[in-house]
Design a protein around this ligand. Structure first.
Ligand code: HEC
Ligand code: HEC
Ligand code: HEC
Ligand code: HEC
Ligand code: HEC
Ligand code: HEC
Ligand code: HEC
Ligand code: HEC
Length: 428
């Protein structure tokens, strides 16, 4: 056993003086104390160093010189699993486990520069979450991408691997912020978040309640995370209300989940099911919703919590009416030949999953093919509709109204004006 050998190597005197952390005298640490001192000192602060989980436990011992550094194993989640099977299993059933696969299922990924994807400088920097299959790992390696193969260091970062860090809501901030999912901004400026920070500053008593991300989404340390509505704000079965139903169908067409010509499942339907992009039956929606209500009910009355969340649901028909209106205006421009169908679009219909690069691949070489009205439509869906309902659920009135709903009305106004101009100036 390594711990035993280390103790022998250190001798009796060292044993007497090193009571807290066990200093393991091995080559990795000696050399890396010179090469990467910050990394070694972080490891020394970790529970791992106290439990004789050393550099070689995770990286193997094949590398021993500066020249052969590529022989060091860059450990995937499978290595963590050897000792943390419970968290690994929970994680593998959760939504985070789909990060990499869902990124690659999106057309926008294959249009944008590799540096941002496989290189982790953009979309890939947040979406490298997920246990990669052997095939996915091989593909990355073949493309020359060596790092970022582990999801477990995203919240308790290497090499401290601290539980306390992961319980800090800031652990979620890097990814759950910004353009299309500003949960950090919404939560931190809500009453829930402001109480959290007031307590942190000592302005509320220690025991005062102030829910943070983990309390609502990783209850009791459960690494299996998922919400009722999810990211796209669509679900099955479709609603009974005829107008809302029609509007959700229009949105599903613009996502190519449904074929706009036939109404049958479209090319993206399979991907949505495969990466659990939306809850596709009532049971899976209710399961997540009821879980959330029981969490809210620790501090609020159950009636209060249920009513608040139902109010969030009833907000969708309002925002979907505007959204569908906008999609239909742009769809008519495609139908009338005023916007030309980009070659890589699945249908002669607006397609939201090319993100800002509306016009598709063709748009990158010929900027005149990028349709600006499509970009406003994308912004209305990705930025403003997201904020409207996510803000509502995160108890942030300003995001729900001014950054969300109000901006959608502005987008619709712009789309109406552009529609008029495009039609007036179009020459066959
Ligand atoms: C003689 C010095 C030396 C020893 C001994 C040594 N390393 Fe390294 N290691 C290096 C250097 C130098 C690098 C490259 C650092 C750089 O690029 O700045 C490196 C890189 C690494 C990397 C990163 C690999 C990559 O692909 O970027 C890992 C992981 C690593 N070492 C782990 C270990 C482990 C585990 C041991 C013990 C089994 C060990 N090292 C022993 C010097 C050493
Ligand atoms: C509990 C497992 C674990 C232990 C113990 C561990 N590492 Fe790592 N290490 C990782 C993971 C995970 C990564 C990230 C792998 C990736 O990017 O795919 C990593 C990455 C690295 C890298 C390359 C990335 C960088 O930031 O430079 C080096 C170098 C490295 N470790 C050295 C060490 C050394 C030296 C020790 C001992 C002091 C050590 N590791 C102990 C898990 C561990
Ligand atoms: C050889 C076994 C082993 C491996 C491999 C291992 N760990 Fe650990 N880990 C431990 C032990 C032992 C502890 C301390 C006792 C405990 O909390 O279970 C620990 C504790 C932790 C903690 C809690 C630390 C705290 O602050 O309480 C985290 C987080 C963690 N490990 C993450 C990881 C991750 C991520 C990996 C893979 C990169 C990994 N571990 C690989 C054995 C291991
Ligand atoms: C490294 C980036 C990253 C970090 C850090 C991160 N997440 Fe995520 N999270 C993602 C990605 C990416 C997805 C979407 C996964 C997918 O593509 O299916 C996601 C999805 C989720 C979902 C599921 C939403 C749904 O669709 O139902 C929840 C809930 C969530 N994260 C909560 C958290 C919490 C809480 C933390 C902090 C403890 C956290 N995340 C930290 C990147 C991250
Ligand atoms: C700042 C980190 C970050 C960046 C950069 C990022 N994403 Fe995401 N992405 C997330 C998070 C977090 C979620 C989950 C949000 C939610 O559920 O509200 C998500 C959700 C998604 C989803 C839906 C996953 C699902 O099943 O719910 C797709 C698809 C997606 N992102 C693709 C992309 C693409 C393509 C890019 C680059 C153009 C990108 N993302 C850039 C963090 C990021
Ligand atoms: C008080 C509980 C609570 C807190 C705290 C909280 N959330 Fe949420 N979160 C919710 C609810 C409720 C929903 C919507 C659930 C549904 O669809 O029924 C949600 C939804 C989400 C989603 C899916 C997309 C969306 O926004 O609707 C993500 C991702 C997410 N939260 C991440 C976070 C992150 C990250 C934090 C911390 C910065 C956080 N949440 C803080 C309750 C909370
Ligand atoms: C989205 C953020 C996030 C990711 C990704 C994540 N963890 Fe955690 N982890 C946490 C949080 C939060 C806690 C603290 C849970 C608690 O005690 O309530 C934690 C705690 C742990 C602990 C300590 C458990 C204990 O009670 O002592 C281990 C071990 C662990 N995680 C392993 C892993 C492994 C293995 C992976 C990858 C499969 C992983 N984690 C991925 C957020 C994350
Ligand atoms: C850990 C305790 C806790 C949890 C869990 C919690 N809340 Fe709260 N919530 C509070 C506190 C404390 C306040 C501040 C009360 C006030 O404004 O007087 C608050 C405020 C609110 C407010 C604003 C109330 C107002 O009067 O302005 C709403 C709405 C709300 N919570 C809904 C929810 C929902 C929905 C959930 C579950 C998704 C939830 N909360 C979970 C403690 C919690």
């Amino acid at each position: 056993m390594k711990l035993f050998k280390a103790a022998l190597a250190l001798g009796a005197f060292a044993l007497l003086t090193t009571s807290v952390s066990v200093v393991v005298a091995d080559d990795c640490i000696d050399c890396h104390t010179k090469e990467t001192p910050g990394m070694v000192s972080d490891w020394k602060l970790s529970e791992h160093s106290k439990n004789d989980v050393t550099c070689a436990t995770c990286h193997g011992d094949a590398h021993s010189t500066a020249a052969d550094y590529k022989k060091a194993v860059l450990p995937s989640e499978q290595v963590c699993k050897e000792c943390h099977e419970e968290q690994f299993d929970q994680f593998s059933h959760g939504k985070h486990n789909f990060g990499w696969t869902s990124l690659n299922a999106i057309p926008a990924t294959h249009i944008a520069p590799d540096q941002l994807m496989e290189g982790g400088g953009g979309c890939g920097g947040c979406h490298n979450m997920g246990i990669k299959t052997e095939a996915q790992l091989k593909e990355r390696e073949a493309q020359g991408y060596r790092y970022q193969n582990n999801s477990c260091d995203e919240c308790h970062t290497r090499h401290t691997f601290s539980k306390k860090e992961a319980l800090d809501p800031r652990a979620c901030q890097q990814c759950h912020m910004g353009y299309d999912h500003p949960q950090w901004e919404m939560w931190s400026t809500s009453k829930h978040g402001s109480r959290y920070f007031a307590r942190e500053a000592g302005n509320l008593p220690e025991g005062a309640s102030a829910p943070k991300c983990q309390d609502c989404h990783m209850k009791d340390g459960d690494h299996n995370n998922r919400t009722a509505w999810g990211f796209l704000g669509v679900r099955l079965p479709l609603p009974e209300d005829p107008q809302w139903k029609a509007d959700q169908i229009t949105i599903l067409k613009a996502l190519a989940v449904l074929n706009p010509e036939t109404g049958e499942p479209g090319p993206v339907y399979g991907a949505v099911a495969a990466v659990d992009l939306a809850r596709l039956d009532k049971e899976s929606f209710d399961k997540e919703r009821n879980k959330m209500i029981s969490i809210c009910s620790e501090c609020h009355s159950e009636k209060y919590a249920t009513e608040r969340l139902n109010l969030g649901d009833s907000f969708f028909p309002e925002i979907d009416r505007m959204m569908a209106d906008a999609i239909e205006i742009v769809a008519a421009l495609y139908k009338d030949g005023i916007i030309e169908k980009p070659a890589d679009y699945p249908f002669n219909y607006p397609f939201l999953l090319t993100f800002m690069e509306t016009g598709g691949l063709a748009g990158r070489t010929d900027s005149s093919k990028i349709s600006f009205i499509d970009q406003i439509l994308l912004q209305m869906y990705m930025k403003h509709r997201m904020r409207a309902y996510q803000g509502f659920f995160h108890v942030n009135p300003d995001y729900a109204y001014w950054y969300g709903y109000a901006q959608m009305t502005k987008d619709l106004g712009e789309i109406n004006e552009l529609n008029k101009t495009m039609r007036a100036t179009h020459h066959k």
